[in-house]
Ligand binder design. Structure first.
Ligand code: LMR
Length: 462
């Protein structure tokens, strides 16, 4: 079903799986891209030869061109026309530029940095009918994720049972008539949901109950993220940027990354911005200042009760936070515990439902800073560790570990190096690292009974 919601936009509701067409069309576009690459190289060579032509002599040059043309599956007459035109117009570097431009235009899988500002970026939200989705979707449609001039397509995924709820969201979305929203696909078919996406916000997963830790969800949620990884690998953009929200977020991100071998590991992140915001908010409240005045709060490690919210390098109005607070005991005790346990506190206060508006807000900030750049600010994200990412702080490779980062437009990030790490901090890092290592070994040995259904879609986390 296709219904227009603005001159540029369309809504599709998919209720049923249609064969795995996504993979086929994807490989076709890649081949097309390769062909253009080959042609461009050939034309460059041709230009080079053409520019040397005066010294070669007309006849030898024509014989060379014919020999080349014989090896290329293109009608002889087309080559002759090209050579004539080349001689007439005496074009040199201009042709090469033109071919490059054509190649770039033809690339169906334009990479994200190129796509920003030019074409609609396709954003997937799993568990889209849930409460986080209800905040997130409208914020994205308003342009809060990628900027007020960046058109977006939304792929909204849900399990079949939640489709009526998602339909209601889509109706409201239509009624907003957001000018930046080009196309909406609402579906419980996970192949359709993941096909061609540039940004994947993986919210859908089984949520915890107040008596659980997030890692208790590993057995039931691992399967959702294995499937999500496989889908990203086969039908998403090869440059897809992934934000994992469903808990346990760090290890779920690791699972997804391991199941998507063709996508760079640095494209997988876990949300710890919610914790960073909680830490910033708690410091601002304690000091009676605006959160905007508090800069540089860091979350290290796991999005769990072992995380280390670190404000030792943070500042408030340019003054070190530890000095402004003047109470080391509070920082190590009540403050740390507040950030570590805030998720559970919210679940209890909301009668069993998890953070929704604050989670959506954090997802927007995480993704926006990652893709558009943090302007020199330090931000925390769970990222895939390696010798270069986290190695200098002694973090072992192959974990998704929250680190202090600086991010740059297009999705590049680097670890903020050289921050002082006290003995106390080192002991906190060791605790959260141990937990992540344990989760990883469980994730790799667990045979989960069942996911929340819908493969990569699943139910909301909150
Ligand atoms: C949160 O931190 O609010 C979410 O991860 C939900 C939860 O289970 O705590």
């Amino acid at each position: 079903m296709l219904r227009g919601i603005s001159p540029h936009s369309a809504v599709e509701m998919h209720a049923h799986r249609q064969s795995g067409h996504g993979t086929q069309s994807t490989s076709a576009t890649v081949n097309q891209g390769r062909k253009f690459g080959t042609w461009t190289c050939f034309f460059m060579l041709l230009e080079l030869v053409e520019s040397q032509r005066e010294g070669i002599g007309q006849r030898r040059s024509a014989a060379f061109f014919r020999a080349v043309a014989d090896g290329i599956p293109m009608p002889r007459v087309a080559w002759q026309l090209y050579f004539r035109a080349a001689r007439l117009l005496r074009f040199g570097t201009a042709t090469v530029s033109l071919m490059f431009a054509l190649q770039r235009l033809s690339r169906a899988r334009m990479s994200l940095p190129t796509k920003l500002d030019r074409k609609a970026v396709t954003v997937l939200i799993t568990g889209a009918g849930g409460q986080i989705g209800y905040s997130l979707i409208f914020a994205i449609a308003r342009g809060e994720l990628l900027g007020k001039d960046q058109p977006v397509n939304l792929h909204l995924a849900e399990v079949e049972a939640a489709m009526p709820k998602l339909r209601a969201v889509v109706m409201e979305l239509e009624d907003c008539a957001c000018p930046l929203l080009h196309k909406v696909v609402a579906t419980c078919d996970d192949v359709d949901a993941f096909a061609g996406v540039d940004v994947a916000l993986l919210v859908g997963a089984r949520p915890r109950t107040p008596d659980m830790e997030r890692k208790d969800l590993l057995a039931v949620n691992a399967r959702i993220f294995e499937r999500a990884g496989a889908l990203l690998d086969s039908v998403a953009s090869k440059d897809v940027k992934v934000v994992v929200v469903g808990n346990p977020a760090n290890t779920n991100a690791l699972i997804a990354a391991e199941h998507a071998p063709s996508i760079p590991k640095e494209n997988f992140t876990a949300l710890t911005r919610l914790d960073q915001n909680r830490a910033t908010g708690a410091i601002a409240k304690r000091l009676g200042v605006s959160p905007a005045d508090v800069k540089g709060a860091i979350i290290w490690g796991n999005h769990s009760t072992t995380q280390f919210p670190d404000v030792s390098s943070a500042t408030v109005d340019g003054k070190p936070v530890p000095e402004a607070v003047g109470d080391e005991g509070w920082l190590r005790g009540a403050f740390t515990s507040l950030v570590q346990n805030r998720g559970k506190e919210v679940i209890e206060a909301r009668g069993g439902a998890g953070s929704a508006a604050s989670a959506a807000h954090a997802i927007i900030e995480h993704t926006r800073d990652w893709l558009l750049g943090s302007d020199g600010a330090t931000v925390s994200m769970g990222v895939y560790t390696s010798a270069a990412v986290g190695g200098s702080y002694g973090i072992p490779p192959g974990l998704v570990f929250s680190l202090p980062l600086r991010t740059y437009r297009g999705g590049r990030y680097e670890v903020v190096e050289g921050l002082p790490v006290s003995e106390y901090a080192r002991s906190r890092l060791a605790v959260t690292q141990t937990e992540l290592l344990e989760e990883r070994s469980k994730a790799l040995t667990t045979t989960p009974e069942s996911g929340a259904g819908g493969g990569g879609a699943g139910v909301e986390v909150a």
